[in-house]
Design a protein around this ligand. Sequence first.
Ligand SMILES: NC(=O)c1ccc[n+]([C@@H]2O[C@H](COP(=O)([O-])OP(=O)(O)OC[C@H]3O[C@@H](n4cnc5c(N)ncnc54)[C@H](OP(=O)(O)O)[C@@H]3O)[C@@H](O)[C@H]2O)c1
Length: 455
Amino acid sequence: MPTVNPESQSRIGFLYESGWEKRVFTDKPYNPKNYIFRGFFMPVYETMNKNYAASAQAQEDKKCIRRVLKLASKGRGSVHPNPMVGCVIVKNGRAIAEGYHQYPGGPHAEIVALRKAKDKNISLKNATMYVNLEPCCHHKKKTPPCVPEIIKSRVKRVVMAMRDPNPQVRGKGIKELQAAGIECIIGMHEQEAKELNKFYVKWITKGIPYVLMKWAMSLDGKIAARTGDAKWISCPEAREYVHKMRAGVDAVLVGIGTVLKDNPKLTVRLGEIEGTVPDLWRTNRIFRQYKNPIRVIIDPGLKISPEAKVIGPEAKTIIFHHRLNIKAKLELLNNNNCKTVYLQKNKNGTMDFKQIMRFLGGQNISSVLIEGGGNTNARALNSGVVDEVFAFISPKIIGGENAITPVEGNGISKIGQATRLKDIKIEKIGCDFLLSGKLQRGNSKGAGINQCSQE
Ligand SMILES: NC(=O)c1ccc[n+]([C@@H]2O[C@H](COP(=O)([O-])OP(=O)(O)OC[C@H]3O[C@@H](n4cnc5c(N)ncnc54)[C@H](OP(=O)(O)O)[C@@H]3O)[C@@H](O)[C@H]2O)c1
């Protein structure tokens, strides 16, 4: 059974099995003991006991859940807003069937694996089913619930990485399985499972998408020259990486300033970037036809030209605006694969990012990649909607006080008020560096800042 080295997983997971990225530094070096600890001693274990944790069975279960996580990740970019789920069925120490959820409305991973086992005419009596998410038991959805099928199959045990946070399922699937006499083990590799499905977890529990923010800047912190020219700050490999990020999210968002200056398409064009080595991704299983994310533009004055490259048949475009009495332009845009959404400005004269995210969540958009520019980034960060930042740093110096920075606006007056990141990773991508981290919430602002300042 192939194993997954947690160190080889990028935070966003597109390179889950590619081995393409090379991490040069993390703030938490990989230590297998940490993973064993997490896997064995999760407080949510239903059948948690010392004998089990030390058993050969627990080792086997762990290995199979790692395989399940790897299978689940194959659904990235195509199953959203559904969770990525993988399933393996093992009998007498042999994996007899496996599967993963491929697209919304398609069969769930459990059903795919059960069907494969049935096709092989193998009785599942005394078999173990491994899944990364609690099997579903609710009816108000496109596909029938998995729990009754699992019970019918007569498997003896179900080992799962995490409970389904969906209020319609949360714990109910487990209860039904247990009531049917099936042993359930919950919490194996739970942190990895939650990380894998972080978009789904946030969207299903809060109704708003998980938000990534990305920028490419020079060593001196500029995202464009003073003229607005930004092509290209980052190296081809870094731009290729961004296309992979786009392929894994439901929507990409930019401000009108970027549309007017750069006229970007915001589509996924993997392998089309000059200078990247096509073999690098063609030979990996990450090569497949990705769907383009929905494009989201914030354009209060509806300055966008109907000829802009972000408008067209390749992908839908949602434009948030604040203009009245422009029926003709709205009709033109709406007939061109666009949805125009009128949004009131708040008392600060800006459109509320929280409202924007609530709207996008309501459209089944579970993840958004904000690609700037500096004014849009500042407003999104100030509103508190951003979960994670990806900063590509290129060894170039641009200079100029009028050259734009990744986060414009008024900024803060005291360093102690700075927004801080946690779970920092630094990777070398081509000749650039990618520094990424999750935004600290709550009382974290400024915490420990003195440790970093110059004495
Ligand atoms: N290197 C990189 O990673 C990167 C990425 C993207 C862009 N860029 C560069 O950055 C430059 C553009 O950045 P920019 O800061 O000038 O423009 P921008 O952030 O793309 O767009 C800012 C404009 O969008 C509208 N907007 C955004 N959020 C809003 C909100 N919450 N409420 C109301 N309006 C909102 C406003 O339009 P109104 O002015 O109409 O009110 C605002 O002036 C370009 O030179 C581009 O090449 C670089």
